[in-house]
Design a protein around this ligand. Sequence first.
Ligand SMILES: C[S@@+](CC[C@H](N)C(=O)[O-])C[C@H]1O[C@@H](n2cnc3c(N)ncnc32)[C@H](O)[C@@H]1O
Length: 413
Amino acid sequence: MKRRVPLDDVLDELSPKENLSARDEALARAIAIVTFRRLGTLGRALNERLNRDPKDERLLHLLAIGAAQILFLDIPDHAAVDSAVRLAQEDPKLHHAGGFINAVLRRVARERDMILGAQESWLDTPTWLEERWVKQYGEALAAKIAEAHRSMASVDLSVKENAKDWAERLGGVLLPTGSIRLVERTAIRDLPGFDEGAWWVQDAAAALPARLLQAKPGERIADLCAAPGGKTAQLAAAGAEVLAVDRSAKRLKRLEENLARLDLKAETRAIDAEKLDEAPFDAILLDAPCSATGTIRRHPDVAWTKAEEDIRKLAGLQTRLLDKAAHLLKPGGRLVYCTCSLEAEEGERQATEFLSRHPDFKRQPISADEIGGLAECLTPEGDVRTLPCYLVSSEHERGGLDGFFIARFVKAA
Ligand SMILES: C[S@@+](CC[C@H](N)C(=O)[O-])C[C@H]1O[C@@H](n2cnc3c(N)ncnc32)[C@H](O)[C@@H]1O
């Protein structure tokens, strides 16, 4: 959080060094994720139970991860307390703090019901994001977004074909948008169809942009920010000849591995899309880099590692990539722009400003039928705006959608 590095990157760096087993790594990840998800609740619970402000930051961190396990994970209280005390004892600066940690965490365990009973919608959201979302979505909807971020996201799959059959085989639910939602938590690699590459993990909202591009067999399509390749896979599965571009060679390698498992083909190019020089394409998908505030359910660290200035910088990059995409498109070609952000600067505003900069482009409004009838996800302009509090169903414990903005444009013939 201090270095403002995404949790996944930190864990990727630490796991090999610490030589963790897969089980321990999964536990470490779960503890870190829930600590970020409930950081506000944890901070308040601890503050109210500390009669002095601990000077040592690491002491606070140990208390927070201990309290996160006690309050939100299926870990016995004594194990959570013990591991926090042991970690303190191994630290020369904190070895004297064992008794204090023990007392505070045992009190958290005793007062669990009181802590969990007093939950306000906004407690786990940084103020700067709360202010933005209230301004953009209004008080009531914004509070629902904040509440949705408290729950884990569901696991959704995109299939190459026969979605209905696969939903049955996997014991999942076929969503109106065509994705399969898994009802029970399971190890993905052990599920039928993984080894044969019949499906891939992709949030139901993330599956919409490529579908809305309506790729046809043989069309030449550029996916300008392609890795790790969920959308490239959809375009290739539809029979298009895809050029998958990404600035990161490392992420593009993951895309290649993913496509190999799925037995799908695409040409790949590790290059900054702003520098791409190619003959014009029939269609372009631009899933631009963004603040990712639409994925906070999956990556709760985003809320605490991103800042307002990131949104400004990323919006500038999105604008440049949109202009580049406009240039790379054939007359009559289609462009789908999307970001997994809840912020208007990265979505609605980009679309409006793009149309005023490019009079040769028109918006091609999206209809409810194209997104499984989810009319609540359509803006008055005909763009798509999904939110984590949409598509929640009582049939399965976990619901929701990643927060995406999607607009579709056509270049004049
Ligand atoms: C939102 S992710 C793409 C996710 C991907 N479309 C999918 O569905 O799996 C954005 C990607 O853009 C890449 N990126 C960022 N800036 C770029 C640039 N200037 N040119 C090309 N790729 C870029 C990042 O490396 C990252 O992989």
